[in-house]
Write a protein that binds this ligand. Sequence first.
Ligand code: NAD
Length: 349
Amino acid sequence: MTATDRNVLVTLRFFDNESMAILRDAGCTVTIHEPPPGANDGAFSPAELKEMLAGKQGWIVGHAWVTREVLESAPQLAVVARRGVGYERVDAVAAKELGKVVTIAAGGNAPSVADQAIGLMIGIGRRFREQHERMAAGDWTILVGTELYRSTVGLIGFGRIARQLARRLKGFETEILAYSPRLDAATAAEYGVRPVDLPSLLRESDYVSVHAPLNASTRHLVDPQALSSMKKTAILVNTSRGGLVDETALLAALRAGAIAGAALDVFEGEIDPAMRAVAQELLKLPNFIGQPHSGASTSEALGRSNVLAARSIAAVLTGTPPVADCVIVDGRAPASVSEHQGRETTCHS
Ligand code: NAD
Protein backbone atom coordinates (compact mmCIF):
# COMPACT_ATOMS: atom_id res chain seq x y z
CA MET A 1 0.00 0.00 0.00
CA THR A 2 1.43 3.40 -0.90
CA ALA A 3 0.96 6.82 0.68
CA THR A 4 -1.41 7.69 -2.14
CA ASP A 5 -3.95 5.13 -1.00
CA ARG A 6 -4.20 6.05 2.67
CA ASN A 7 -7.41 8.06 2.68
CA VAL A 8 -9.21 7.93 6.00
CA LEU A 9 -12.82 8.84 6.77
CA VAL A 10 -13.77 9.90 10.31
CA THR A 11 -17.54 10.02 11.03
CA LEU A 12 -17.21 11.38 14.57
CA ARG A 13 -17.27 14.48 16.69
CA PHE A 14 -14.41 15.13 19.17
CA PHE A 15 -11.67 13.69 16.97
CA ASP A 16 -8.50 15.44 18.14
CA ASN A 17 -5.17 16.83 17.01
CA GLU A 18 -3.09 14.08 18.63
CA SER A 19 -4.96 11.41 16.66
CA MET A 20 -4.85 13.49 13.48
CA ALA A 21 -1.08 13.67 13.90
CA ILE A 22 -0.81 9.87 14.20
CA LEU A 23 -2.69 9.48 10.92
CA ARG A 24 -0.78 12.21 9.11
CA ASP A 25 2.57 10.82 10.31
CA ALA A 26 1.49 7.53 8.72
CA GLY A 27 0.94 9.33 5.43
CA CYS A 28 -2.85 9.41 5.68
CA THR A 29 -5.17 12.05 4.28
CA VAL A 30 -8.07 12.55 6.67
CA THR A 31 -11.65 13.59 5.87
CA ILE A 32 -14.00 14.28 8.78
CA HIS A 33 -17.77 14.07 8.32
CA GLU A 34 -19.27 15.00 11.69
CA PRO A 35 -22.79 13.73 12.47
CA PRO A 36 -25.56 16.35 12.69
CA PRO A 37 -26.02 18.08 16.10
CA GLY A 38 -27.79 15.89 18.66
CA ALA A 39 -27.08 12.72 16.69
CA ASN A 40 -24.23 10.27 16.26
CA ASP A 41 -23.04 8.70 13.03
CA GLY A 42 -25.76 6.04 13.41
CA ALA A 43 -27.92 8.75 11.82
CA PHE A 44 -26.08 8.47 8.48
CA SER A 45 -28.02 6.45 5.89
CA PRO A 46 -26.33 3.61 3.96
CA ALA A 47 -26.40 5.85 0.87
CA GLU A 48 -24.62 8.67 2.73
CA LEU A 49 -22.02 6.28 4.15
CA LYS A 50 -21.36 4.76 0.73
CA GLU A 51 -20.77 8.19 -0.74
CA MET A 52 -18.44 9.21 2.10
CA LEU A 53 -16.49 5.93 1.83
CA ALA A 54 -15.77 6.26 -1.88
CA GLY A 55 -11.98 6.11 -2.29
CA LYS A 56 -11.32 5.61 1.46
CA GLN A 57 -8.99 2.88 2.75
CA GLY A 58 -9.68 3.51 6.45
CA TRP A 59 -12.80 4.45 8.45
CA ILE A 60 -12.97 5.59 12.08
CA VAL A 61 -16.53 4.98 13.18
CA GLY A 62 -18.71 5.55 16.22
CA HIS A 63 -22.21 4.09 16.14
CA ALA A 64 -22.83 3.84 12.38
CA TRP A 65 -24.20 0.53 11.09
CA VAL A 66 -21.31 -1.22 9.36
CA THR A 67 -23.42 -3.46 7.16
CA ARG A 68 -22.53 -5.88 4.39
CA GLU A 69 -24.14 -3.48 1.91
CA VAL A 70 -21.93 -0.60 3.03
CA LEU A 71 -18.77 -2.74 3.13
CA GLU A 72 -19.45 -4.21 -0.32
CA SER A 73 -19.76 -0.70 -1.73
CA ALA A 74 -16.16 0.06 -0.71
CA PRO A 75 -13.89 -2.72 -2.05
CA GLN A 76 -10.80 -0.53 -1.43
CA LEU A 77 -11.66 -0.13 2.28
CA ALA A 78 -9.05 -2.09 4.26
CA VAL A 79 -9.77 -1.22 7.90
CA VAL A 80 -12.68 -0.06 10.04
CA ALA A 81 -11.74 1.17 13.52
CA ARG A 82 -14.45 1.65 16.16
CA ARG A 83 -13.84 4.46 18.66
CA GLY A 84 -15.51 2.29 21.28
CA VAL A 85 -15.64 -1.35 22.27
CA GLY A 86 -19.11 -2.78 21.55
CA TYR A 87 -19.41 -3.94 17.98
CA GLU A 88 -22.94 -5.26 17.70
CA ARG A 89 -23.56 -2.80 14.83
CA VAL A 90 -20.69 -4.25 12.78
CA ASP A 91 -21.43 -7.17 10.45
CA ALA A 92 -18.30 -9.07 11.49
CA VAL A 93 -19.06 -12.04 9.24
CA ALA A 94 -19.34 -9.81 6.17
CA ALA A 95 -16.18 -7.91 7.13
CA LYS A 96 -14.29 -11.17 7.46
CA GLU A 97 -15.58 -12.53 4.16
CA LEU A 98 -14.75 -9.26 2.40
CA GLY A 99 -11.16 -9.31 3.72
CA LYS A 100 -11.44 -6.26 6.01
CA VAL A 101 -9.78 -5.62 9.35
CA VAL A 102 -12.09 -4.37 12.11
CA THR A 103 -10.70 -3.00 15.37
CA ILE A 104 -12.10 -1.66 18.64
CA ALA A 105 -10.56 0.82 21.09
CA ALA A 106 -10.09 -1.91 23.70
CA GLY A 107 -9.93 -0.45 27.20
CA GLY A 108 -9.88 3.16 25.97
CA ASN A 109 -13.08 4.10 27.77
CA ALA A 110 -13.15 1.46 30.53
CA PRO A 111 -12.03 3.83 33.33
CA SER A 112 -14.75 6.36 32.45
CA VAL A 113 -17.52 3.77 32.32
CA ALA A 114 -16.36 2.27 35.63
CA ASP A 115 -16.40 5.76 37.20
CA GLN A 116 -19.90 6.31 35.82
CA ALA A 117 -21.19 3.01 37.24
CA ILE A 118 -19.94 3.99 40.72
CA GLY A 119 -21.63 7.38 40.33
CA LEU A 120 -24.93 5.80 39.34
CA MET A 121 -24.84 3.29 42.21
CA ILE A 122 -24.29 6.04 44.75
CA GLY A 123 -26.66 8.41 42.95
CA ILE A 124 -29.56 6.00 43.35
CA GLY A 125 -28.50 4.63 46.75
CA ARG A 126 -28.23 8.13 48.22
CA ARG A 127 -31.33 9.37 46.35
CA PHE A 128 -29.54 12.34 44.79
CA ARG A 129 -32.18 12.98 42.17
CA GLU A 130 -35.15 12.80 44.56
CA GLN A 131 -33.52 15.15 47.04
CA HIS A 132 -32.42 17.61 44.38
CA GLU A 133 -35.90 17.75 42.85
CA ARG A 134 -37.54 18.19 46.26
CA MET A 135 -35.15 21.01 47.16
CA ALA A 136 -35.79 22.69 43.81
CA ALA A 137 -39.50 22.60 44.77
CA GLY A 138 -38.71 24.18 48.17
CA ASP A 139 -38.89 20.97 50.24
CA TRP A 140 -35.64 20.50 52.23
CA THR A 141 -36.76 17.26 53.95
CA ILE A 142 -33.91 14.76 54.37
CA LEU A 143 -34.47 11.34 52.77
CA VAL A 144 -32.65 8.29 54.13
CA GLY A 145 -30.48 6.40 51.65
CA THR A 146 -28.24 3.34 51.68
CA GLU A 147 -24.46 2.98 51.56
CA LEU A 148 -22.34 1.41 48.84
CA TYR A 149 -19.75 0.83 51.59
CA ARG A 150 -19.58 -2.85 52.61
CA SER A 151 -22.53 -3.79 50.41
CA THR A 152 -22.63 -6.77 48.04
CA VAL A 153 -22.17 -5.83 44.39
CA GLY A 154 -22.88 -8.28 41.55
CA LEU A 155 -21.11 -7.73 38.22
CA ILE A 156 -22.66 -9.37 35.15
CA GLY A 157 -19.76 -9.76 32.70
CA PHE A 158 -16.19 -9.48 33.96
CA GLY A 159 -14.17 -7.90 31.16
CA ARG A 160 -12.26 -4.64 30.92
CA ILE A 161 -14.89 -2.33 32.43
CA ALA A 162 -16.00 -4.68 35.20
CA ARG A 163 -12.35 -5.19 36.23
CA GLN A 164 -11.82 -1.44 36.48
CA LEU A 165 -15.00 -1.27 38.53
CA ALA A 166 -13.89 -4.09 40.82
CA ARG A 167 -10.71 -2.15 41.61
CA ARG A 168 -12.79 0.87 42.61
CA LEU A 169 -15.30 -1.20 44.59
CA LYS A 170 -12.47 -2.62 46.72
CA GLY A 171 -12.05 0.89 48.10
CA PHE A 172 -15.65 0.74 49.29
CA GLU A 173 -14.90 -2.60 51.04
CA THR A 174 -17.71 -4.26 49.10
CA GLU A 175 -18.13 -7.99 48.57
CA ILE A 176 -17.97 -8.46 44.80
CA LEU A 177 -19.76 -11.27 42.98
CA ALA A 178 -19.11 -11.89 39.30
CA TYR A 179 -21.02 -13.87 36.70
CA SER A 180 -19.06 -14.19 33.47
CA PRO A 181 -18.42 -17.14 31.14
CA ARG A 182 -14.90 -18.54 31.41
CA LEU A 183 -13.99 -16.38 34.40
CA ASP A 184 -11.09 -18.38 35.82
CA ALA A 185 -10.16 -18.76 39.47
CA ALA A 186 -6.83 -16.95 39.10
CA THR A 187 -8.46 -13.83 37.59
CA ALA A 188 -11.21 -13.91 40.22
CA ALA A 189 -8.58 -14.11 42.96
CA GLU A 190 -6.49 -11.33 41.39
CA TYR A 191 -9.46 -8.95 41.49
CA GLY A 192 -10.89 -10.28 44.76
CA VAL A 193 -14.25 -11.30 43.31
CA ARG A 194 -16.35 -14.41 43.98
CA PRO A 195 -17.49 -16.19 40.79
CA VAL A 196 -21.15 -17.17 41.05
CA ASP A 197 -23.98 -18.26 38.78
CA LEU A 198 -26.50 -15.66 37.62
CA PRO A 199 -29.35 -16.68 39.96
CA SER A 200 -27.03 -16.43 43.00
CA LEU A 201 -25.75 -13.03 41.87
CA LEU A 202 -29.26 -11.67 41.44
CA ARG A 203 -30.44 -13.12 44.76
CA GLU A 204 -27.50 -11.95 46.88
CA SER A 205 -26.55 -8.53 45.48
CA ASP A 206 -27.46 -5.11 46.88
CA TYR A 207 -26.27 -3.57 43.60
CA VAL A 208 -26.35 -5.39 40.23
CA SER A 209 -24.22 -3.81 37.49
CA VAL A 210 -24.31 -5.06 33.89
CA HIS A 211 -21.08 -5.18 31.82
CA ALA A 212 -21.63 -7.85 29.15
CA PRO A 213 -21.80 -7.43 25.36
CA LEU A 214 -25.12 -7.35 23.54
CA ASN A 215 -25.67 -10.44 21.42
CA ALA A 216 -28.36 -13.06 20.86
CA SER A 217 -27.52 -14.85 24.10
CA THR A 218 -27.48 -11.73 26.31
CA ARG A 219 -30.61 -10.02 24.99
CA HIS A 220 -32.99 -9.47 27.93
CA LEU A 221 -30.57 -11.24 30.26
CA VAL A 222 -32.22 -9.13 32.97
CA ASP A 223 -35.82 -10.19 32.32
CA PRO A 224 -38.95 -10.26 34.52
CA GLN A 225 -37.79 -13.41 36.27
CA ALA A 226 -34.35 -11.96 36.98
CA LEU A 227 -35.87 -8.77 38.36
CA SER A 228 -38.28 -10.68 40.59
CA SER A 229 -35.39 -12.69 42.04
CA MET A 230 -33.53 -9.54 43.16
CA LYS A 231 -33.78 -8.11 46.67
CA LYS A 232 -36.56 -5.56 47.14
CA THR A 233 -33.82 -3.19 48.36
CA ALA A 234 -31.55 -3.83 45.35
CA ILE A 235 -30.39 -1.29 42.78
CA LEU A 236 -29.82 -2.16 39.10
CA VAL A 237 -27.28 -0.31 36.94
CA ASN A 238 -26.76 -0.89 33.22
CA THR A 239 -23.90 0.89 31.47
CA SER A 240 -23.33 -1.84 28.84
CA ARG A 241 -25.87 -1.85 26.03
CA GLY A 242 -29.60 -1.23 25.75
CA GLY A 243 -31.22 -4.63 25.24
CA LEU A 244 -29.48 -6.50 28.05
CA VAL A 245 -32.19 -5.23 30.41
CA ASP A 246 -35.86 -5.74 29.49
CA GLU A 247 -36.92 -2.13 30.10
CA THR A 248 -40.64 -2.87 29.95
CA ALA A 249 -40.13 -5.36 32.78
CA LEU A 250 -37.89 -2.89 34.63
CA LEU A 251 -40.59 -0.22 34.47
CA ALA A 252 -43.12 -2.67 35.91
CA ALA A 253 -40.68 -3.77 38.63
CA LEU A 254 -39.93 -0.18 39.70
CA ARG A 255 -43.60 0.77 39.71
CA ALA A 256 -44.41 -2.30 41.83
CA GLY A 257 -41.52 -1.66 44.24
CA ALA A 258 -39.98 -5.03 43.33
CA ILE A 259 -36.52 -3.39 43.44
CA ALA A 260 -35.44 -0.12 45.08
CA GLY A 261 -34.13 1.76 42.06
CA ALA A 262 -32.29 1.67 38.76
CA ALA A 263 -29.98 3.69 36.56
CA LEU A 264 -29.40 3.20 32.84
CA ASP A 265 -26.82 4.79 30.56
CA VAL A 266 -28.00 2.67 27.64
CA PHE A 267 -31.53 2.12 26.37
CA GLU A 268 -33.44 -0.17 24.04
CA GLY A 269 -34.80 3.03 22.48
CA GLU A 270 -31.36 3.78 21.01
CA ILE A 271 -32.09 1.13 18.39
CA ASP A 272 -35.85 0.65 18.59
CA PRO A 273 -37.69 4.02 18.45
CA ALA A 274 -40.85 2.34 19.77
CA MET A 275 -39.04 1.74 23.07
CA ARG A 276 -38.43 5.47 23.62
CA ALA A 277 -41.90 5.66 25.20
CA VAL A 278 -40.83 3.18 27.88
CA ALA A 279 -37.66 5.19 28.51
CA GLN A 280 -39.73 8.35 28.94
CA GLU A 281 -41.86 6.58 31.59
CA LEU A 282 -38.74 5.36 33.40
CA LEU A 283 -37.35 8.90 33.39
CA LYS A 284 -40.40 10.14 35.32
CA LEU A 285 -39.71 7.83 38.27
CA PRO A 286 -37.93 9.40 41.28
CA ASN A 287 -35.85 6.27 41.89
CA PHE A 288 -34.49 6.15 38.35
CA ILE A 289 -31.57 7.97 36.71
CA GLY A 290 -31.11 8.02 32.94
CA GLN A 291 -28.05 9.05 30.98
CA PRO A 292 -27.91 9.36 27.16
CA HIS A 293 -25.15 6.74 26.56
CA SER A 294 -22.54 9.11 27.95
CA GLY A 295 -20.46 6.57 29.88
CA ALA A 296 -17.49 6.94 27.54
CA SER A 297 -17.90 10.68 27.05
CA THR A 298 -15.08 12.16 29.06
CA SER A 299 -12.24 14.08 27.50
CA GLU A 300 -9.82 11.44 28.80
CA ALA A 301 -11.70 8.43 27.38
CA LEU A 302 -12.35 10.15 24.07
CA GLY A 303 -8.65 11.04 23.84
CA ARG A 304 -7.47 7.48 24.55
CA SER A 305 -10.05 5.94 22.22
CA ASN A 306 -9.24 8.38 19.39
CA VAL A 307 -5.56 7.45 19.71
CA LEU A 308 -6.27 3.70 19.75
CA ALA A 309 -8.46 4.00 16.65
CA ALA A 310 -5.91 6.15 14.82
CA ARG A 311 -3.09 3.73 15.71
CA SER A 312 -5.12 0.78 14.41
CA ILE A 313 -5.78 2.53 11.11
CA ALA A 314 -2.16 3.65 10.77
CA ALA A 315 -0.89 0.13 11.54
CA VAL A 316 -3.08 -1.62 8.99
CA LEU A 317 -2.49 0.94 6.24
CA THR A 318 1.28 0.87 6.75
CA GLY A 319 1.42 -2.92 7.01
CA THR A 320 2.44 -3.17 10.66
CA PRO A 321 0.56 -5.26 13.27
CA PRO A 322 -2.24 -3.45 15.15
CA VAL A 323 -2.58 -3.98 18.94
CA ALA A 324 -3.82 -7.57 19.21
CA ASP A 325 -6.55 -6.91 21.80
CA CYS A 326 -8.07 -4.28 19.50
CA VAL A 327 -8.50 -6.59 16.52
CA ILE A 328 -11.92 -8.24 16.36
CA VAL A 329 -11.88 -9.24 12.68
CA ASP A 330 -8.89 -9.79 10.44
CA GLY A 331 -10.07 -10.81 7.00
CA ARG A 332 -6.43 -11.01 5.92
CA ALA A 333 -5.64 -13.81 8.40
CA PRO A 334 -7.03 -17.34 8.85
CA ALA A 335 -8.27 -16.67 12.45
CA SER A 336 -12.03 -16.96 13.09
CA VAL A 337 -14.06 -13.77 13.62
CA SER A 338 -15.69 -15.21 16.73
CA GLU A 339 -12.41 -15.71 18.62
CA HIS A 340 -12.30 -12.31 20.31
CA GLN A 341 -15.91 -12.38 21.50
CA GLY A 342 -15.33 -15.69 23.23
CA ARG A 343 -12.25 -14.99 25.33
CA GLU A 344 -11.66 -13.07 28.50
CA THR A 345 -9.59 -9.97 27.86
CA THR A 346 -7.36 -7.88 30.08
CA CYS A 347 -7.38 -4.22 31.04
CA HIS A 348 -5.52 -1.73 28.86
CA SER A 349 -5.78 1.37 30.94
P1 NAD B 1 -15.28 -6.86 27.43
O1 NAD B 1 -15.40 -7.60 26.14
O2 NAD B 1 -13.92 -6.57 27.96
O3 NAD B 1 -16.07 -7.64 28.59
C1 NAD B 1 -17.33 -8.22 28.39
C2 NAD B 1 -17.42 -9.38 29.37
O4 NAD B 1 -18.74 -9.93 29.28
C3 NAD B 1 -16.45 -10.52 29.05
O5 NAD B 1 -15.85 -10.90 30.26
C4 NAD B 1 -17.35 -11.62 28.52
O6 NAD B 1 -16.85 -12.92 28.77
C5 NAD B 1 -18.62 -11.36 29.32
N1 NAD B 1 -19.79 -12.00 28.77
C6 NAD B 1 -20.01 -12.44 27.51
N2 NAD B 1 -21.22 -13.05 27.44
C7 NAD B 1 -21.76 -12.98 28.68
C8 NAD B 1 -22.97 -13.46 29.23
N3 NAD B 1 -23.86 -14.13 28.51
N4 NAD B 1 -23.20 -13.23 30.54
C9 NAD B 1 -22.30 -12.59 31.32
N5 NAD B 1 -21.11 -12.13 30.84
C10 NAD B 1 -20.86 -12.32 29.53
O7 NAD B 1 -16.12 -5.53 27.25
P2 NAD B 1 -15.99 -4.17 28.06
O8 NAD B 1 -15.04 -3.30 27.37
O9 NAD B 1 -15.83 -4.46 29.49
O10 NAD B 1 -17.47 -3.59 27.78
C11 NAD B 1 -18.57 -4.16 28.46
C12 NAD B 1 -19.86 -3.58 27.92
O11 NAD B 1 -19.90 -2.17 28.08
C13 NAD B 1 -20.11 -3.84 26.43
O12 NAD B 1 -21.49 -4.10 26.26
C14 NAD B 1 -19.79 -2.52 25.79
O13 NAD B 1 -20.48 -2.37 24.59
C15 NAD B 1 -20.30 -1.57 26.87
N6 NAD B 1 -19.75 -0.23 26.82
C16 NAD B 1 -20.57 0.83 27.10
C17 NAD B 1 -20.06 2.12 27.12
C18 NAD B 1 -20.93 3.30 27.44
O14 NAD B 1 -20.67 4.39 26.94
N7 NAD B 1 -21.92 3.14 28.29
C19 NAD B 1 -18.71 2.34 26.81
C20 NAD B 1 -17.90 1.23 26.58
C21 NAD B 1 -18.44 -0.04 26.59
